[in-house]
Design a protein around this ligand. Sequence first.
Ligand code: HEM
Ligand code: HEM
Length: 164
Amino acid sequence: MTTSFSLPQRILHWLMAVLILFNLLFADAMETYARVFFGGQTPTPEQVSAANIHAYVGITVLVLGLVRFCLRFIQGVPPEPKEEPPFLRVVAKVSHWAFYLLFFAMPFAGIGAYYFGNKTAAFAHGGPMKLFMWGLIVAHIGGALVHQFYWKTDVLRRMTAGSR
Ligand code: HEM
Ligand code: HEM
């Protein structure tokens, strides 16, 4: 049974974390674009190129998410450590799958909003999905810290240097 995440899995984890946090924290240009567009006006070429950065970063998340999803099936993932209480092991499993759901749902809703002008997709993307993503990230980092300092497991190590 695998005891660590593979190098490609680890690289994808941290690369995607950076891209997702970038889009979560620096969405201003896309918000300006959406305000102008959904307000019935035509965005300027500068506003479009600034918004494109958000779109391309988000589409990259979608593509990398697909690669990562396939790798998960081919290479598997290490089991939750036995120090972790059974209930929280289930919570960890469910929240990891919820991340994968968002890796696909969030870019798709963004594409619906940006390329097809769909208002419902725009609302879902910038409202509930954004909040859900933030909630998961905060809980996820909290979980990683509890593993490291309270249960003292090797979980952080197997997503960074990799465990032997
Ligand atoms: C996982 C990847 C993505 C993340 C984390 C993300 C995150 C965000 C965030 C935080 C906002 C601001 C919402 C607000 O506070 O009002 C936003 C807005 C927006 N994003 Fe994304 N985004 C992603 C992918 C995409 C993609 C791929 C596209 C299009 C190709 C896109 C198009 C939009 C649009 C059109 C808005 C404006 C929605 C509105 O407020 O009406 N996003 N996104
Ligand atoms: C946007 C930010 C992040 C996202 C979307 C994310 C997503 C994920 C996902 C989906 C997994 C499950 C394993 C997989 O299928 O690859 C995972 C595992 C993990 N993440 Fe993150 N992560 C983020 C940030 C972080 C940060 C900041 C830390 C460190 C504090 C961290 C530490 C870990 C660890 C230690 C694991 C391994 C858990 C295990 O062994 O079961 N992650 N992450």
